[in-house]
Write a protein that binds this ligand. Sequence first.
Ligand code: AHR
Length: 514
Amino acid sequence: MIRVLTRLLLGSALALANAPAAMAQEAATLHGESTGPTIDRRIFSQFAEHLGYGIYGGIWVGTDSKIPNIKGYRKDVVEALRALHVPLVRWPGGCFADEYHWRDGIGPRAKRPVKINTHWGGVTEPNTFGTHEFMDFAELIGAEAYISGNVGSSPAGEMEEWVQYITAPEGTLAQERARNGRKAPWKLPYFGIGNELWGCGGNMKADYAADVTRRYATFVKPAFGTKIQKIASGANGPDAHWTEVMMREAGKLIDGIGLHYYTLPGDWKAKGSATDFNETDYARTMAKTWKMEELLTKHAAVMDKYDPAKRVNLAVDEWGIWTDVEPGTNPGFLYQQNSLRDALLAGVNINLFIRHADRVRMTNIAQMVNVLQAMILTRDAQMVLTPTYHVFDMYRPFQDATSLPLDLPKIWYGRDEWVVPALHGAAARGKDGAVHVALVNVDPDKAQHLEIALSGVQASAVSGRVLTAARVQDVNDFADGVRVKPVAFNGAALRDGKLVVDLPAKALVVLELR
Ligand code: AHR
């Protein structure tokens, strides 16, 4: 770990030293004539775990609640998520998945067993949000379902029956489902073979986990004529050995393999505050998030060895910034604020996912509501949309768009030994026919003047939105109000076959060229 970090730092320091030479040679070009892979809309997916107020209070308040709700789901949250066009939701965990028994969460709610959520705060789990509540929620917000199965503490047959209960058109389990209120089978396009099998999912070694994955994958059977993509539990950050063994031993039986990487401003013991950080903390956080590029390249290269046709999806099914919890909140609930820094960090990661869209066809930011890098925070009846929500909103035109190569000058930003490219971007031709360009400037002080040559792009008008704020620490809060939200951007123009952009410091801009 220390060696990896040292290499990263040395590499970054060298890169900074070489920066002026690199800048002089590199031009900015948008290549409209050569198309890249389709950007699977599932790159913009979410993750909702039974953790803190992620489900209870954040999504589900129950039908008797005074908080306005649609059959028990918070109306404000449902509307905000529908507006975001969330493609897919992963549920019920996380670490919670490998201790979840699906039968606890079906049938009359009042009769469901109350268990202890041993991973997250040791609080009671009422099981009022179960399979029906999740599948109906996914339908309500227009998203696909991705269920993480329990491999760590349940037999394969339990998973087989769960899949049948959800998808079978007939038979005893389908009849039970109908008695519980749902006659027609649901669609279940994605199923996770456990979660973090190297850790909370069972502390398995790679070889054993691969064998277990083969066995469980055999019994996860979709209803006749339908297909379930099976996602194997993937590596912990840089652990390429895990990916290697899983691909070698189980690659033919799976459709995807996960990858979990969290950006920690500090370390696991002292992660760092979500709002109270200085510029060195900021630069360190950005440098650590940029490590995603190295991880994607590394795991994709291993996968290429076993799957050159790129059939198997590298699903980054947990990512985002993980800070200390807000002071005074339950440490097991992972409730953290969300600043402009986090929005820029999301933009950096999304651009990397887009650039690796040939292999990365799903990612799930952790998490959807009230947990870690959330889209939405709630407090009783109040709701705020975080800066990260706005990033996902601004990137909506990239869903299922065709990526276009975009070369940007290598300009570096850094503090002390922490160095990262200042500019990050992605471009695509949307399903609407327009060309969309996303640009992130992580430098908190320096604006950038960009002249991007347009090759093979005919456009006569440009418009867009910018997300920025007075400080990278700025947040949207219940008491202080909204400080970070997108506004119309007037810093872009089309001139002499170029897209000319005056990109503000600490800003994310998404442009539309028509
Ligand atoms: O997202 C929080 C936790 O982080 C998940 O439950 C687990 O999979 C990961 O370690």
